[in-house]
Write a new protein. Structure first.
Length: 84
């Protein structure tokens, strides 16, 4: 078994060591009944995966649909009557 793979019972009994290894080394894998269950990452690694590559304005400006003609006008008709 790899040094960064833990069985669930070992991960529970050595949780502090598991967290320390994830923070200082590399992601740690936890298995349950021999199957991959979860990955423990340092917070910095998690941020790398979840941080957007660009801000929303830049993303929209670079969109291939930026030249699309969109009708964003609002329908000014009154709502229909509903009997209650």
């Amino acid at each position: 078994m790899k040094k960064n793979t833990w069985q669930l019972q070992d991960a529970k009994s050595k949780f502090s060591q598991l967290v320390e290894s994830a923070m200082l080394n590399e992601p740690q894998f936890v298995t349950k009944h021999g199957n991959n269950a979860v990955v423990i990452l340092s917070f910095e690694e998690y941020q790398k995966f979840t941080k957007p590559q660009t801000d929303l304005v830049t993303f929209l400006r670079n969109s291939p649909l930026k030249e699309a003609e969109l009708d964003i006008s609002r329908n000014k008709d009154l709502p229909r009557d509903i009997e209650l």
